[in-house]
Design a protein. Structure first.
Length: 386
């Protein structure tokens, strides 16, 4: 069954000409959001650290994001530097996506993780409360913010926050910071609306982060080396990057409209058929990429501990925003493989290619998404990938 089309005209009405302050645009998700916001006609001031160097590509560079925004460099952990960087900004909406986003890195650098994800969030919100024409702020955290009890059902927005590893704990703390600022400084009848967004495990073209599953698979395929997969039985809510970004935009539109119901926490997770274990995800991606992936599964216990199961309940976003996932896991992985294939072919304009993927996402019903795009050369049929 096809899924509902996304009404992008409504989003364009909400964002065209609006002043947006976006943090984290040099990252994977932030770069895709910057591209989509420009498509909608937003005027974007963007603040982040430079893209990760060490020879790795980035979506920021591949899609030429710097030329689409007022690009500024600052560290959100440094309040003096961040305040000076945004002193001349008068945004109507703040979207905060800058973060230390890797669980394994949080074990190696726990203090830096807390400084970025907790103190950095407080610094951004503190700057926001001095912005004269602010309509609201959307703080992007993570589904890892919940106190994970390894339940088989999805976590809801009112469930307990927590985290056994530094990354998860930092995201739980960030949510507490958001709630404290909302109740302390943004609680009046005409106050800006402060919302937080919690998405599942996101993948898509243009992610080259270390110790992240799809980038690890791509690096292995490119180097003709075996890829070692840790914790193959771990279950996660997988989703293509455009899925939660659509939710963020729908929520941001409500904030700009002054809807008091936009305030608070929101989950954006996939349908049940995309909540699968790592082994299933890897096998499906391999089907779309091709046979040149040599995969070695490792057992749990050889790496820092991570939760074995995580599910997300997005009923609130479905009912109150009308948001819902549009891509099956199979289609999302095919879309992702196609992006990397085009990038490494070296002949594609990756900004245009990425914009074409957004266009197809918003204009085509889910189950026919890739039938006539011409963007992806399918390696095998969807049925063989199941």
């Amino acid at each position: 069954m096809g899924k509902l089309l996304l009404d992008e005209s409504r989003l364009r009405q909400a964002f065209a000409g609006r002043r947006i302050l976006l943090t984290g645009h040099t990252g994977f998700k932030g770069g895709w959001l910057a591209l989509w916001l420009r498509r909608l006609g937003a005027d974007i001031t963007a603040v982040a650290l430079p893209p990760i160097g060490d020879g790795r590509p980035s979506f920021f560079d591949a899609a030429g994001i710097e030329t689409l925004v007022d690009h500024r460099v600052a560290d959100i952990r440094d309040q003096t530097a961040f305040d000076a960087t945004v002193a001349d900004c008068d945004p109507e909406l703040v979207v905060h996506m800058a973060a230390q986003a890797l669980v394994r890195q949080s074990y190696a650098e726990p203090v830096e993780t807390f400084a970025t994800n907790v103190t950095g969030t407080a610094i951004v919100l503190d700057a926001a409360r001095r912005m004269p024409n602010l309509r609201g702020a959307l703080i992007v955290t993570s589904d890892k913010c919940y106190d994970n009890r390894e339940w088989v059902w999805g976590y809801r927005e009112q469930d307990r926050l927590g985290g056994a590893d530094p990354y998860s704990a930092s995201k739980g703390c960030a949510e507490i910071v958001v709630d404290a600022y909302r109740r302390s400084f943004f609680h009046g009848a005409n106050s800006p609306q402060i919302a937080s967004a919690r998405a599942g495990n996101v993948f898509g073209g243009g992610d080259w982060s270390a110790d992240r599953l799809i980038p690890d698979l791509i690096r292995a395929a490119r180097s003709n080396a075996p890829v070692r997969i840790r914790n193959p039985a771990s279950i996660r809510p997988w989703q293509h990057v455009l899925e939660p970004l659509a939710g963020y935009l729908m929520l941001g539109a409500r904030i700009l409209d002054g809807d008091p119901g936009a305030a608070g926490a929101w989950n954006f997770g996939p349908d049940a058929d995309a909540v699968v274990d790592v082994e299933t995800l890897v096998a499906t991606f391999r089907c779309h990429w091709g046979p040149d992936l040599d995969i070695m599964f490792e057992q749990r216990g050889q790496h820092p501990p991570e939760a074995g199961i995580l599910r997300l309940d997005s009923t609130k976003a479905r009912v109150a925003l009308g948001w819902r996932p549009r891509l099956s896991l199979d289609l999302a992985l095919d879309l992702t493989a196609g992006w990397y294939r085009a990038f490494y072919a070296g002949s594609a304009d990756m900004r245009a290619f990425s914009e074409a993927q957004i266009e197809r996402y918003v204009s085509t019903a889910g189950d026919t998404f890739l039938s006539d795009t011409g963007l992806n050369k399918q390696v095998e049929t969807a049925s063989s990938c199941g």
